[in-house]
Ligand binder design. Structure first.
Ligand code: GDP
Ligand code: MG
Length: 793
């Protein structure tokens, strides 16, 4: 049934022409009263238009809807308690930015809204042209141009009022992002408010949270009525406020206002054309260059590339120091603990596992630092603004950019906050699509995997390769989005608004805090979750181990080799027995170390009767040249010795291989080889990828464990990169494929759980399956085509 009576409220900034419009609509049929309990005048009138009874209420003129003044409270209470069918916001077109501030707040409250774009004559006189269609699309609200003083547009306005009021819509609060810190606080408060019985459904929960954050007296008072909630909410507000003061030196109110204006700038930049350039502020002038249609994206690429160069350049030193440190740590452990299960647990399980990740911490820290500069200065918002147009073409939304960037659009983010950032997307299909492609981004956890493999197989091309992988991850994400949006999540695009908050100079303190927060997050994961995973995986890679009988068989092989070595004629002369052989082994090792140190320590060894032989062995092994001044006999003995140690190493290698293959992890890894051999992955890589389900960093630590367990000569334990480089199963094509696989395959556990929280188990499951299949198909193509062309060597 159509209703015959419509109530509308006129609102707007003082001097926007509200009274003029009210008079134009109501003529002589006006009444005046006071709002209940206060001295604020309430004007209202009743007219008939197209057979409908319309009651028009003239709200007090306000700039904002926060309880800073009596007028604002009156206007707000009227809206919330009386629930008019429609609010007509009268906006001064010649001063659009300022006037839209109120409109945005109506949208956040959720009232059905229509905008009367008044004073269009004044605006035109100043050379300002408002593209009313664009404005309406971006705001998501009907816009009717008027010139109230000469009665122009008033009839159109009334037609539109009737049309809109009949829709009888629910209140739809718009969600505006206020930056990660405030949004986080808002989400927390919103959850608390929604969880209480006392929650007054008249107010949208996020709006209440926002008002608490803005320290709106009236709402704070309302929340106070429930003591416990009030404490929790106060604590969150305090925390957020302190954090903002520490990092940005600004109160929440300031940040919130900045973002609202940023939102408005995003709208007016697209919908207002100025024929005569009016005076621009500093931010506008910087934006003329940085967001310029042509050079803007170019500068952006340059800056992003610069970030990679910077990060790799500054972190090179610290990363190698840490490598040395963890190497030294193993030495210390071997000093205190003899070889055995405990030693293996500490060295292979803990140091290799956790150290493999912490070793890359400097890299990740500097990356976070660069991101903090971009975020705190406001440039990040410009990146989002520029990428926006591209994204829409792929069926995503302007607001998806933030989610993608946070997840690692510039390598180094995390998909968990990325998934949470999709909350700002209103359209459910665009939201889910964003949610599903966010895990393709190169999060901070994938970085160590990339960095390790790049260091091993693409040395000296670090920054370039990182840049390529960033572009690839974007391409995959966008392509997948397009695919999803044209199949399972088909639907129209919604208009979007990007925020452009003013540029500000980041403070060093703020940068350090933001960098540290993220880095700490990372260290905490390495110290807890990853430590636990490393130990679990170590156990899976250690047990059940070989049987006594098998170990004895290998031991017998070694003894056999030794015995036949000792009876060789060229050896018998110098070495009498086992003891003699042990002495020679020791001497060769000490000599190797001494050569690295100094001449004095070499001299000390020269007294040993075995020295000439040891020297010849060393010369043959490393210089691959005959030892100077060695006799023929010594050279033959040296060759025999080297052959013997090689054979011995082969037995050790076979034993370790057999050991690892027999373990729980090894068995699973081998079964998977049936499908992964087509990608060039052996069982050890498979084990690492299984570990990566828990957290992507674990791929590195598990490879570390797998390779140090399968290691041949403990004296030669180079870094994992070194080891992979030497392994015949590995080459640059395998490394490239593994990087792609790590980039694309299943989101980590924490992300899957977040996706479930933001959508459903169904979509979380879809995400796992979709990514796994995508990763397999892409890598299959890359590896097979690459091999066919003989790439990788
Ligand atoms: P209020 O404070 O919002 O109630 O604004 P008023 O209705 O009192 O208008 C303020 C001034 O702007 C008055 O002098 C109006 O005549 C003038 N005015 C209102 N609408 C227009 C318009 O569309 N064009 C022009 N040029 N002046 C207008
Ligand atoms: Mg007035």
């Amino acid at each position: 049934m159509l209703k015959q009576k419509i109530t509308i409220a006129l609102s707007g900034n003082p001097n926007s022409g509200k009274t003029t419009i009210f008079n134009a609509i109501t003529g002589a049929r006006q009444h005046i009263a006071n709002y209940p309990g206060v001295t604020v005048e309430k004007k209202y009138g009743r007219i008939k238009h197209k057979g409908y009874d319309i009651e028009v209420v003239d709200l007090p003129g306000t700039y904002s809807l926060t309880a800073y003044s009596l007028e604002e409270i009156v206007a707000r209470d009227f809206l919330i308690n009386e629930r008019p069918d429609l609010v007509v916001d009268i906006v001064d077109a010649s001063n659009l930015d300022r006037n839209l501030y109120l409109a945005i707040q109506f949208k956040e409250l959720g009232v059905p809204l229509i905008i009367a774009l008044n004073m269009t004559d004044v605006a035109e006189g100043r050379g300002i042209v408002v593209e009313q269609e664009t404005l309406s699309t971006l705001l998501g609200v009907p816009v009717v141009p008027t010139v109230a003083r000469s009665n122009k547009g008033i009839d159109d306005l009334l037609d539109r009022v009737v049309e809109e009021a009949l829709n009888d819509r629910e209140w739809q609060p718009a969600i505006i992002s206020y930056g990660a810190d405030v949004d986080q606080g808002l989400n927390e408060i919103e959850d608390i408010i929604k969880g209480t019985d006392a929650y007054d459904k008249k107010y949208p929960p996020r709006w209440l949270a926002l008002k608490c954050m803005e320290r709106d007296d009236q709402i704070v008072e309302l929340i106070r009525s429930d003591h416990e909630i009030s404490l929790a909410v106060d604590a969150i507000c305090e925390k957020t406020s302190k954090h903002l003061m520490d990092t940005l030196e600004e109160e929440p109110e300031g940040i919130i206002a900045d973002h609202r204006y940023g939102h408005i700038t995003g709208i007016t930049k697209k919908s207002v054309k100025r024929r005569i350039e009016s005076r621009l502020n500093l931010s506008d002038r910087i934006d003329k260059v940085l967001t310029n249609r042509i050079i803007g994206p170019f500068i952006m690429m340059l800056i992003l590339y610069g970030i990679y160069e910077f990060t790799f350049w500054v972190s090179e030193g610290p990363v190698s120091w840490l490598e040395v440190f963890f190497g030294g740590l193993k030495g210390v452990v071997s000093f205190f603990i003899s070889e055995g299960l405990l030693y293996s647990l500490i060295v292979s399980g803990i140091i290799d596992g956790v150290g493999g990740i912490l070793g890359f911490m400097p890299l990740i820290m500097f990356m976070f630092f660069a991101i903090a500069i971009m975020e705190d200065s406001g440039y990040m918002a410009r990146v989002a603004y520029m990428l926006d147009r591209v994204l829409r073409w792929f069926g995503l939304h302007g607001n998806s950019v933030m989610a993608l960037l946070v997840s690692g659009g510039i390598a180094g983010g995390c998909a968990v906050p990325g998934v949470m950032a999709t909350r700002t997307l209103r359209d459910p299909k665009e939201r889910i699509a964003t949610l599903l492609v966010v895990p393709f981004m190169n999060c901070g956890a994938k970085l160590p995997v990339f960095a390790m493999l790049i260091a091993a197989f693409f040395a000296k091309k670090e920054a370039g390769m990182m840049f390529i992988f960033t572009l690839l991850s974007w391409s995959f994400a966008l392509f997948a989005a397009k695919m999803i949006r044209s199949t399972v999540l088909k639907g129209p695009k919604t208009p979007f608004v990007m925020e452009l908050p003013p540029y500000r100079l980041p403070t060093l303190k703020g940068l350090i805090i933001h960098t540290w927060e993220r880095t700490w997050q990372f260290i905490k994961r390495a110290g807890t979750f990853i430590l636990a995973m490393s130990i679990l995986l170590w156990a899976m890679m250690t047990f059940p181990g070989l049987s006594e009988k098998q170990i004895k068989a290998y031991e017998a092989q070694r003894v056999g080799l030794r015995d036949s070595f000792l009876v060789l004629p060229e050896i018998k002369a110098t070495i009498k027995d086992e003891k003699g052989l042990e002495d020679l082994d020791d001497l060769v090792n000490s000599y190797g170390r001494a050569v690295k140190e100094d001449f004095e320590s070499v001299k000390a060894l020269q007294k040993n009767p075995l020295f000439p032989l040891a020297k010849t062995i060393f010369a043959e092994r490393y210089v691959q040249k005959e030892g100077e001044g060695s006799s023929r006999m010594q050279r033959e003995a040296a060759t025999a010795y080297l052959r013997y140690t090689e054979e011995l190493a082969r037995v050790d290698g076979r034993q370790n291989q057999a050991m690892l293959k027999g373990t729980i992890a090894g068995r699973i890894g081998q079964i998977l080889e049936h499908v992964t051999s087509a990608l060039g992955f052996d069982y050890r890589t498979n084990i690492a990828l299984i570990g990566g389900f828990a957290a992507k960093e674990v791929v590195v630590s598990t490879l570390g464990t797998a390779y140090s367990l399968g290691e041949v000569d403990p004296e030669q334990s180079g870094s994992l990169s070194e080891k992979l480089k030497e392994d015949p199963n590995w080459n640059s094509l395998v490394a490239f494929t593994l990087i792609l696989f790590t980039m694309l395959y299943v989101p980590c556990l924490a992300t899957v759980i977040s996706i479930k929280k933001e959508s459903s188990w169904r979509w979380a499951g879809f995400s796992v399956a979709f990514n796994l299949i995508a990763a397999y198909l892409v890598c299959l193509a890359v590896y097979q085509i690459g091999s066919a062309f003989g790439l990788g060597g």
